[in-house]
Structures are given as C-alpha cells and as structure tokens.
Design a protein around this ligand. Structure first.
Ligand code: ATP
Ligand code: MG
Length: 433
C-alpha cells in the first residue's frame, strides 16, 4: 500500500518511527531552507516538514510540485507541539503518484467563494473541500440509520425496474426512452411496483430508489434525477400507521445526523433532534389558517410553494418545524390514494419548515374502486393492466410513502440549494459532469 496511516490515525505511539502517508498537496510554503507542505487525505491534513540541508533532493522535488498533486511519502514522524496535529512528518522517500495540471479551475482551500456553477462544473475538485465532503458523509450516516431502522421494523430492501412501460402517476413529467421497438419511460417513482409487491406476501418493503422527473422548471428544491426512500406496508388499518413509521424513520435519521459531530463542526451546524409525535394538521384546517393570512388558496388544490412557506412560518411561530398535513382533498392526490368520505383522502404530506419532504397515503386495494379512480383522473385502465392485475387475486389493505433524500438533507443541514445534496446534480440545464 502507498499508505500505512491516515493523518488522524497517527498517535504518540508512532512518534519517532517511520510512517507512510498519502494524499493531495493542499499547500506548500517555502521559506528557503525549510518548507512546509500540507498533505490532505480522507480524514484531514498533516504537515510534512522539508529540510533543505538534510534532504535536498526531496526538498527540491516537493517545493515545485503543483497544488493538488498526489503523493505517497515515507518519513520519520516527530512530535511537534507547534503543529496542529501535534506531530510532523520529515520525508525521506517520496513517490509522486499524480501531478496536477495548472492552473486549477477551482481552488480547494481558497478563501474566495466560487460561484455555484463553477463549483458544479468542477465537482471533483469541489468534493475535495471538507465542508462539501461533510454533506456526503452525513448522507451516508443517515442512510445507514434508515436501513437499520427499517430493517429493525422487518422491512425488506427491494429494487424495482427503472425502465417502465407506463407512467407511474399519470403525470406528463416523464423522460421517454426508446426500448428496442417500443416506447418506454424512466420511472418517476417505484409506486406501482412497490404496491404490486403488497400482493405477494413481501408485506413490508423499502427501496432506496432513483426518481426521474422531466419537470421543466429549475428550482432550488427540485432535481430531474433525485433519490428517495420508498416504503410500502400491508395489512394497515389506516394511514396513521404509515405516518408512525415515517416519523420514526425521520427521527432515527435526524438523531444519527446529530451524532456526526466532526462533520457538523466542519459545516458549523448544530442539529436539534425533534420530538415525536409530529404535529398533525388537517388540510381543511391548513386552508383556514392560510386564508386568515390572506393567501389566495381555494379549498381543493395542492399548496403552492408560497402557501407551503407561509404555513411553515405559521407553524414556526408555535415552535413547530415538522408537521403532517393530513386528509388532503381526493382531487389533489394521485389516483391510487384511498378516499376518506366523498371529498377527502387518506393522503398526507410531511413538511419540514415549509418544505415537503415526503408524501404518502393509504392506497386503494379494491380493484373496482381503483379502476373507477383511474378513470376519474382521466387515465386509461388499459394502460395500467399489468398493475391492476396485481389487485385481482388477493390484495391486502396497504399504504406507504416516498421520502426525498436530498430534500431531507437540505432541510437537515439548512442548505439553500438541493444541488448541494447530490454528488452530480441533474437539472434542467445540467447533464455533465
Ligand atoms: P413537490 O410538490 O415538492 O414537487 P411532489 O409532491 O411532486 O413534490 P412526490 O411525488 O410526492 O413529490 O414525491 C415524494 C417525495 O420525493 C417528495 O416529498 C420529495 O421529498 C421528493 N421529490 C419529489 N420530486 C422531487 C424532485 N424533483 N427533486 C427532489 N426531490 C423530489
Ligand atoms: Mg408530494
């Protein structure tokens, strides 16, 4: 290996012995007879101290290296209280593994903030920044917590097709694709497949899935390719049982994030874990509250972005960050949503500070009613024959939710743009890198 220790793994036991460290050249300061090179690895940085008299060749080789070049260095590790880590490494042999071109299109440790497009155009360099990496380390941690929580509740992880024959929700925001002689689409969500699984005896499933959505608008909270945790569970009596899983999932993920102290310190964020249960507020009540604040909202439609934000402010006044909006009008929810009375449904959204992070519902499990609702939504049952078939031979009552991972992270870390939460964002204009 080109490395015996990461920068953070070196301890007093290693002082006065030889170590091999490896990473990127963050900075070189040449003072003439002595130079300091800051080497960055996956865990942090360390200082290489170069003495011209002692190792002239190594000195010359390293002081002229462009920043961000990659090195492996074998040398003596020495205690030094003046250095941040408490130690320095005096290089004896150096292997230059890769020399960076100059100039760098994006500085990794520059004080000046680059504009977002330059950052995304040079995402690989951008991802070298500790504060950018911290987001993805927290992402990893919260997804591990989600896996653990869902598995502890006997959910099985599944993967369903992303190349599909018909629209999941009946929307128009589908990416079309040529599938040999046929027209196909990229899946907007695993909705129809995860529901179909409820008829199999795989009672409780979850999928960490890609959503592909050809939404034309560029917003700070929409991506054209995003990821989500989708959950579906059978034998429920009502949507409340689904909401209980969702809020516990959010709680488990939020708690895990609050334990990522090193990353939170880099990001200069603190996280307060919310209390359960989250507030439930019925849609009718929401409309009333919004109208009182002069919103133009009319009963029956989904909340606009402004209404969502306004509601977020209203709830914030009572110290509430998380809340479920329940019992949405039937007409505002997808065809598979279970009705509750004539005009309402068993559909809900989970909101965090005025932004939707999840939508779910109890679903219709009766094929007759489902067909009726498809037609009422202007869709053609024959386009959904493969899906409807799953309901014809024994389908238990069920429900579930879709929960956007980038939306969640954006709210968790208080980031102003969802693109910060995905490695290589796809939006209306960006298809590379
Ligand atoms: P919105 O109304 O905010 O556009 P939606 O109601 O269309 O979202 P759903 O179909 O309910 O979205 O998807 C479930 C969850 O997936 C959302 O609550 C959100 O967290 C996430 N999500 C949906 N669309 C996007 C997108 N384009 N970019 C990022 N996340 C998304
Ligand atoms: Mg939704």
């Amino acid at each position: 290996m080109y490395r015996s220790h990461y920068s953070k793994e070196i301890s007093p036991q290693d002082y006065n012995s030889s170590v091999t460290v490896a990473g990127w050249v963050e900075d070189v300061r040449n003072l003439g007879s002595i130079a300091f090179l800051i080497l960055r690895d996956a865990q942090g940085t360390l200082q290489l101290t170069l003495l011209k008299k002692k190792t002239p060749e190594v000195f010359e080789q390293l002081v002229s290296l462009p920043r961000e070049s990659v090195l492996s260095v074998k040398g003596l590790c020495k205690e030094n209280e003046k250095v941040r880590n408490g130690y320095e490494v005096l290089p004896e042999t150096v292997t230059v593994l890769s020399t960076a071109e100059t100039p760098l299109p994006l500085g990794v440790v520059d004080r000046v903030e680059s504009d977002f497009d330059t950052r995304l155009d040079n995402r690989v360099l951008d991802l070298r920044k500790p504060e950018v990496q911290a987001i993805f380390r927290i992402r990893d941690a919260v997804l591990a917590a989600a896996d653990e929580y869902l598995r502890s509740q006997h959910f099985l992880e599944v993967h369903t097709p992303k190349i599909i024959a018909s629209s999941s929700e009946g929307g128009t925001d589908m990416f079309k694709l040529q599938y040999f002689e046929k027209q196909a689409f990229l899946a907007q969500s695993p909705q129809l497949y995860k529901q179909s699984l409820m008829a199999t005896g795989l009672d409780r499933v979850y999928e960490i899935a890609w959503y592909f959505r050809a939404e034309e608008h560029n917003t700070r909270r929409h991506l054209n390719e995003s990821t989500a945790i989708d959950v579906e569970m059978a034998f429920i009596k009502d949507e409340e049982e689904v909401m209980a899983i969702l809020e516990q999932l959010v709680h488990a993920m939020w708690t895990r994030a609050s334990e990522c102290s090193a990353e939170l310190a880099v990001l200069q964020k603190t996280i307060t874990v919310p209390h359960l249960p989250f507030t439930r507020i019925a849609y009718d009540n929401v409309v009333e509250k919004l109208q009182q604040q002069n919103s133009p909202i009319q009963w029956g439609v989904d909340l606009s972005t402004e209404d969502e934000r306004l509601l977020g402010d209203i709830m914030k006044e009572d110290g509430i960050d998380f809340y479920f909006i329940t019992k949405y009008p039937l007409a505002s929810k997808p065809f598979y949503t279970m009705p509750a009375g004539q005009k309402h449904s068993r559909g809900f959204d989970l909101e965090c500070k005025g932004v939707e992070i999840s939508s779910g519902s109890q679903r219709i499990h009766d094929v007759g009613l489902l067909t009726e609702r498809l037609k009422a939504c202007g869709l053609h049952p024959k386009d959904f024959e493969a899906y409807l078939k799953a309901f014809r031979y024994g389908m238990p009552p069920h429900g579930g939710f879709g929960f956007g991972i980038e939306r969640f992270l954006m709210e968790l870390l208080d980031l102003s743009n969802i693109r910060e939460c995905i490695l290589f964002p796809r939006d209306r204009t960006r298809l590379t890198p």
